[in-house]
Design a protein around this ligand. Structure first.
Ligand SMILES: NC(=O)c1ccc[n+]([C@@H]2O[C@H](COP(=O)([O-])OP(=O)(O)OC[C@H]3O[C@@H](n4cnc5c(N)ncnc54)[C@H](OP(=O)(O)O)[C@@H]3O)[C@@H](O)[C@H]2O)c1
Length: 246
């Protein structure tokens, strides 16, 4: 029987679920009862390890190689999830990249790469997932607190992509509301993953709580947004950053 909190019987697809925040979300959704498909682009071994963790929770896992810069690959990932599980209830759009660069020197190639994955890829993932979600469906994007706080050196393009996600979610939520699908955006602050490994220590003093987030803390919010009890929240961006956005 469906409860307010259980995800038993649900199927989730995590775009970018092999490492970091996406892998933590995939593991957490499985612990709460969902079968979980995940995409990856460069780390098949990490994706396989996350599938093993999903299976250790007694749930089914599926790793799919799908570059979020490739529109066809995004559609194929949703199709493969449907083929394996027969339905889709929750989409977590986490795949993203960080390329820092001073505004004077950012190349067109780097600008396009960031836009392709962090903006176009997010839009197309929402679109592809929404085509398969039914009443009660959940879409959760992983944006960034850089969308709402003052910039730091070299972050203009990355922050722009994450601000785009926050606005995109508002419009998607309105478009999908009549189908009972919610769309929300989590904006983490510095989180301990491969993405931040080379600069996390330098950022810590700037964080009021004086520590970076554990990916499992972000995953907890993903799990809550996935639940039935979160059904009245849509179009929202939830910032979780140790107080940096104050
Ligand atoms: N870490 C932070 O402090 C922080 C803060 C705010 C927001 N975020 C956002 O949170 C999300 C996850 O970040 P993270 O720190 O967990 O990063 P991460 O450790 O670098 O992991 C990135 C994940 O996204 C996947 N990915 C990257 N490019 C992809 C592509 N083109 N197609 C498909 N999958 C792709 C990676 O797959 P592979 O393993 O196959 O490469 C991996 O699973 C990103 O959107 C990031 O911007 C992170």
């Amino acid at each position: 029987m469906e409860t307010q909190t259980s995800l038993v019987g649900k199927t989730a697809l995590v775009f970018g679920g092999s490492r970091g925040i996406g892998a933590a979300a995939a593991r957490r959704l499985a612990r709460e009862g969902a079968d979980v498909a995940l995409t990856y682009v460069s780390a098949p071994q990490r994706a396989a390890e996350t599938v093993v963790a999903i299976e250790a929770s007694g749930r089914a896992g599926l790793a799919i190689q799908a570059d979020s810069a490739d529109p066809a690959a995004i559609k194929a990932a949703v199709a493969k999830t449907m083929e394996r599980f027969g339905k889709l209830d929750i989409a977590v759009v986490n795949a993203g990249i960080l390329m820092l660069g001073d505004i004077a020197t950012v190349s067109v190639e780097d600008l396009d790469r960031m836009l392709d994955i962090n903006v176009r890829g997010v839009f197309l993932s929402i679109q592809a997932a929404a085509s398969r979600l039914g009443e009660g469906g959940r879409i959760i994007t992983i944006g960034s607190n850089t969308a709402v706080r003052s910039g730091h050196p070299g972050s203009s393009v990355y922050a722009m992509t994450k601000a785009a996600v926050a606005v995109m979610v508002k419009g998607a939520a309105v478009d999908l509301a009549s189908r009972g699908i919610t769309v929300n955006n989590i904006q983490p602050g510095p989180t301990i993953t491969d993405m931040t490994a080379d600069h996390i220590e330098a950022i810590k003093p700037l964080i009021p709580l004086k520590r970076a987030a554990d990916p499992d803390e972000i995953a907890g919010l993903v799990a809550w947004l996935s639940r039935k009890e979160a059904g009245y929240m849509t179009g929202s961006s939830l910032t979780m950053d140790g107080g940096m956005a104050l």
